[in-house]
Structure formats: C-alpha cells, structure tokens
Design a protein around this ligand. Sequence first.
Ligand code: GDD
Ligand code: MN
Length: 400
Amino acid sequence: MNSYSELLPVPTGGLEIGNIPFVTVGTTPTPLKFSLIIPSYNEGDNIQEIVRILSGLLDSEIPGEYELIVVDDNSPDGTWKLAQELTSQYSQLRVMRRQQEKGLSTAVIRGWQVARGEVLGVIDADLQHPPEVLLQLWQEMEKGADLAVGSRHVEGGGVSEWSVIRRFLSRGAQMLGLIILPEVIGRLSDPMSGYFMVRRNAIVGKSLSPVGYKILIEVTGRGKIRWIGEVGYVFRERQAGESKVTWKQYIEYIQHLLRLRFSLWPIKRFLRFGVVGFSGVFVDLGIFYVLREMLGLALTRSAILSSEVAIINNFLWNDLWTFGDIASQQRGWRKRIKRLLKFNIVCLSGLVLNVLLVNLLFNVLGVNEYIAKLLAIAAVTLWNFWFNLKLSWRVTDSSK
Ligand code: GDD
Ligand code: MN
C-alpha cells in the first residue's frame, strides 16, 4: 500500500500556460476542475499539516476533481521528500522537485504548466493563508469570476501582528503600483496577495514574466480578466519555518511594475516610431528640394511625391526596426506590400485628421495656430502609431 507517486517532470523553456490536457479518471477522460499549487522552500514543519487540511476541504467540496501540486526548490530540509511520502496517503497530491530553477513566481508557473485543472490556484505552504478561505474563493469562481483573490484589505481581512514598518512598506508598495500601473493595481484591493485562483482560459497562451514575487500582478496585467472576486482573509503569523522575503523582493517588485508598464504600453516601439517619423521629415524636405530646385517640378506634384517617398522611407525603417520582430513573422513580398499599403492608408487618414484638428482648434476653439498645429501633430502621431500597430503590423495581443 505504501507506494509513493513519482516526482513530476519539471517543465523547461517558456513560461506560458498551455491548454488543458485531458486525463483519464477511471474510464472517462475528464479535465480536473481545480489545480492548487503549493510553492515551498524549507517548509518541512508545515507541509504535512497544510496538505492534510487542504485535502480535507477539497474532498468535501469537489472529491476526485482536484489536485494539489507541491513545487519545492530542492529544500535543504527535504520538504520535497516529505511531500512525496505523503502521496501514498493523499491520492490527489503530486510533487515537483526543482533543482535548476529557483524562485516563488517560477515555481507557481511551472506548477501550473503541469496542472490539469480548469481553475489554477496558489496558496503558501506555511499556513499563513488560512486554508478555510479556499472554499470561499472557490465559490467566487463558481459564481463566474475569472480571478478570485484572498485580500487582507476587504471586510474580514487583515494582518495579525505586523510591525508599523512592515505595514508601511506594504502600503507604500501598493501606492507605487497605483502610480505606475493604475489600470492593473487599481483593480485589486490587495495586489500583494499570494493567495488566489484564476481561470485557465484567462491566461492561456500568455507568457508570464519571471521577475518578481508578485505573480498576481502578472496574471491581472496580462490575463483576460473581466470579473474579479475578492474574499477577506487574515494573514496569520508563521508557526514554523521562516519567511524568505528580503529587500531584494522590493527591488524586483519595482522592476516588475516597470516591465509590465513597458509591455502594456508599447513605449519602446512608440519611441522608435517617433525617431523614424522624425527622419521622415528630412527625407520629405530633401526630396522636395530636389524636385523643385533641380527638376523644376510643380509645387503640388513635388509635395505629393516627396511625402510619398517619406512614407516609404518611414515604412521601411518601421518594418525593419520598430516592428521588425513582428514583420519577421509575416515574411514575403506580398505581405510586405500589403503592410506598406495599409501604412499608407493610415498615414493619409492621419493627414486628414491633422487638417481637421488644426481647423477645429484654431477656428472653433480659438487656440493659437502654432499651438493648434503642435497639438494636432501630437494627436496624429499617436493615431498613426496606434493604427499602424493594430492594423498594418496587426498586433492584437496586448502583451506584445
Ligand atoms: N518553490 C519555492 N521557491 N517556494 C518558495 C520560494 C522559492 O524560492 N520562496 C518562498 N517560497 C514559498 C514559501 O515556502 C511559502 O510557502 C511561500 O512561498 C511564501 O513565502 P514566504 O517567505 O513565507 O513569504 P511571506 O510570508 O513573507 O509572503 C507572503 O505574503 C505575501 C503577502 O504580503 C507570500 O504569500 C506572498 O505570496 C504574499 O503575497
Ligand atoms: Mn509566509
């Protein structure tokens, strides 16, 4: 009877969550309802207790339709071994022992990558997250939430004996998040929570960044999350083992916020687009000069021709540089010509918009004409960038 399960293979490569694999339970192949990851590092004194309590709760709610996955980073205290021994007693328990990679976030993601559930969750191994709250989170998911988060800052939530300094740091981090990433952090009353569940199809195919401790921010920022349910919980004191949080986590947190900011707003691309646009001004002027002075062409004809050359110039640089990574996935001359045509159309629409805006600002609103022109250029640059990004190079995935 005393046979342990094999350790789970450790996924390598990208940190993306795949589609649900089908497993055979009895004779019918069914996906599981729920996979809960328990990341652990030196939690030998807690692991048995947490597995016992969680199994009891889930056996009463969704017997046979869940799995617990301990992801341990080769703890010196042998947590992985203790967990593996528990598998003979808890049939829904699986264990992964990582020896190459380290870190809380990747532990969670690696666990989700081998998970078979429709809903993916995470809970600390140290019993600081009260296990009973799990069923309330589950109810939020059953009601239709895409994400259910255990929160210390809603009714029923709190922290037990935190020092003023720790509370201050925690709230400070939240404020900073609100400044850098308002549309993500603003949706969560407790963005630092590490106790939550998410529907797999909300994050399927998204590649999750390994920076930082705060995987919840990553999931909320990159996932397709419409409905968020929150459940209050009191963050308990540790009874055994010790916390792994150090100042390094604060640095990583800031890095994490910035990285998400850059990928949610394609700032780098926008800067490149601006540089290319600027180069176009000189191409336009230079060609205009050649056509007028050297070839003696008429004004309108020269203006149209030089603009078109500038548009082609801009297109080529954008195709090679600004959107080069996307273009290299849409190879071939036909596709390139198609992109050029779309680019042309977007730029022309921008020109029309430019004229309309200047007129509106100057004639209707009485704005100084140079200021009107500047505002119009700013608006049209944004317009051109956005529509070229979404139409010409067709990035519809917001994580690009
Ligand atoms: N596999 C693995 N690898 N697990 C880890 C690692 C690691 O490098 N570092 C920490 N863990 C595990 C711990 O064993 C524990 O189960 C859980 O992750 C949380 O780590 P703690 O070190 O106990 O963190 P904490 O209590 O200070 O922080 C918690 O509170 C935050 C709320 O402020 C964590 O739960 C966070 O997730 C939570 O957001
Ligand atoms: Mn802890």
